[in-house]
Design a binder for this molecule. Structure first.
Ligand SMILES: Cc1cc2nc3c(=O)[nH]c(=O)nc-3n(C[C@H](O)[C@H](O)[C@H](O)COP(=O)(O)OP(=O)(O)OC[C@H]3O[C@@H](n4cnc5c(N)ncnc54)[C@H](O)[C@@H]3O)c2cc1C
Ligand code: SF4
Length: 474
């Protein structure tokens, strides 16, 4: 496997980000890949460690965050091929488990790297960036289309509802297995949160369109602007298809029911990010739409960070972020050892950009919003410090706020379609109490990560295939 001494010869080198001063002027991708020879050296650092924790996702010590790849990617194998210069074979290994590596190579938080054995005493391997390189080479060389072709058609027809990573991964795998797949999407473009959620700076939308084009070329049908349950009924789907997979995400947002919620300019994060992406896709240049405006982002996670990066590009006067949790430590605590996922401070790309513009653009930890203030539009926000998630009396402060973005996560999937199909239970094997219907992705496991959605889509596809083929044999 790779070079057993590679990790001693070559220091870790990540893909760079474009300089902050340059990248905040546009919505283009911020990541800059390494050259091929440098990437090969990074693959050489994979050290034949014997027990690679990286290639299976585990909740070590019962902790909340997974460590290791949730999708069981064959990481040491493709690192070895990459190191030896056989990128096509590296791609074949990668494609065995991951139908959408160009997405994870860009946006995965890489829990694999957290559990890398080399990371026990050093910095770990650049697994995510290696994945990015391999899939980009695969697209350049036409290997992706080749890998998606079915050997023969089974004659079964499957409807996939929702075109996020779970729906796309499932459609890809079902088609590979020979089934005829139609993907239905209620939005005007395909991709779910990959399209309207994650901003263009992290995932250029041409990357998504490139995948959809290949999926169409290998025989998958796509229908957009169509709500299943409204535009097409349950009865029609049952009539037309042999199985239905619901990959509808967990799009019900968590709201903040405090005084003044009815005021204008208080927006849900995903609505705001969707508008920004639509503007980028319309070809409009970055505008100064937020010039002179004070923006407050409520929620300290990745979505909040994407909101900050977007507000930076729209020229906001100030951007503050509220996080109800305490600030994480700078380094692992003793109760959070390797190979657990490190619960430590990380400054996201948006936070870095906002701080570059002004040190006042910071994240306020253990802080919550208690009142929106204004006449018709929000003008200010009352905030309070918290202890154990409760506001502490006497800590009230009022900060200016012309736009408030609620980035507090999601509560789960919309129920209507589940009710329509009379689904009352979903099982670990992606089946439901309705034998005809399967569920995968955030719709099944709750708000999560792209790689979990991909895993669920792939596994659900295989479960559907198995059920149909057994049914056919009987
Ligand atoms: C702003 C933001 C940033 C994120 N950044 C990251 C990141 O950097 N890295 C990461 O790993 N994860 C990230 N995530 C999480 C990740 O995007 C999700 O976990 C993942 O997209 C879930 O995939 P999914 O396919 O299950 O659902 P979704 O991506 O939500 O897709 C579901 C799709 O189903 C469609 N749909 C719903 N109902 C119907 C219906 N009745 N008929 C037809 N279509 C329907 C929806 O329109 C949607 O397109 C982020 C999430 C957000 C909100
Ligand atoms: S998908 Fe994520 S966790 Fe899995 S190998 Fe790639 S970067 Fe690592």
């Amino acid at each position: 496997m790779a070079d057993p001494f590679g990790f001693l010869k070559y220091p870790r080198k990540d893909n760079a980000y474009r300089p902050v001063a340059e990248r905040i002027k546009d919505f283009q991708e911020i990541e800059v890949p390494l050259a091929a020879d440098e990437r090969q050296k990074q693959a050489a650092r994979c050290m034949n460690c014997g027990i690679p924790f990286c290639h299976s996702g585990n909740f070590f010590g019962g902790k909340r965050a997974v460590s290791g790849c949730p999708n069981d990617n064959l990481i040491p194998e493709w690192n070895d091929y990459l190191y030896r210069g056989n990128v096509k074979e590296a791609f074949k290994r990668l494609a065995r488990t991951n139908p959408l590596p160009e997405m994870t190579g860009r946006v995965c938080p890489a829990p694999c790297e957290a559990s890398c054995t080399e990371g026990l005493n050093d910095t770990g391997i650049t697994i995510c960036d290696n994945e990015y390189y391999i899939i980009e080479e695969a697209f350049k060389n036409g290997w992706v289309k080749e890998s998606g072709q079915p050997k023969e058609r089974t004659g079964f027809k499957i409807a996939v509802v929702g075109s996020g990573p779970a729906g796309l991964a499932a459609a890809w795998r079902l088609n590979q297995l020979g089934h005829s797949v139609t993907v239905f999407e209620k939005a005007d473009r395909f991709g779910g949160l990959l399209m309207y959620g994650i901003p263009n700076m992290k995932l250029d939308k041409t990357v998504l369109e490139r995948r959809i084009d290949v999926m169409k070329e290998v025989g998958i049908e796509f229908v957009h602007s169509t709500v299943i349950g409204t535009d097409i009924s349950k009865a029609e789907l049952v009539y037309q298809f042999d199985r239905v997979l619901l990959a509808i995400g967990a799009g019900v947002p968590r709201d903040l029911a405090i005084r003044g919620r009815e005021l204008g300019n208080i927006e849900l994060a995903v609505d705001y990010l969707t508008k920004a992406t639509k503007q980028v896709l319309s070809g409009a240049a970055a505008t100064n739409g937020l010039a002179g405006k004070h923006v407050v982002v409520i929620g300290g996670g990745d979505t909040g960070n994407d909101c900050i990066a977007t507000a930076v590009r729209l020229g906001a006067e100030s951007i503050r972020q509220l996080e109800i949790l305490p600030q994480p430590p700078k380094a692992r605590l003793t109760d959070n050892p390797w190979p657990e996922y490190p619960q430590i401070q990380k400054r996201g790309y948006g936070q870095e950009e906002a701080r570059f513009l002004s040190p006042a653009n910071d994240t306020l930890y253990e802080t919550t919003a208690t009142k929106f203030i204004g006449k018709t539009q929000v003008e200010a926000l009352e905030i309070m410090k918290t202890q154990n998630f409760q506001p502490v009396a006497g800590t009230e402060e009022v900060i200016p706020a012309d736009l408030i973005l609620l980035a507090m996560g999601f509560t789960g999937a919309e129920q209507a379609i589940f009710d329509d199909f009379q689904i009352t239970e979903t099982y670990d094997n992606y089946q439901t109490n309705n034998n005809f219907v399967y569920v995968a992705g955030d719709a099944r496991r709750g708000p999560s990560l792209v790689i979990w959605a991909i895993r669920e889509g792939r596994k659900a596809a295989e479960a559907i295939h198995q059920a149909l083929m057994v049914h056919q044999e009987n």
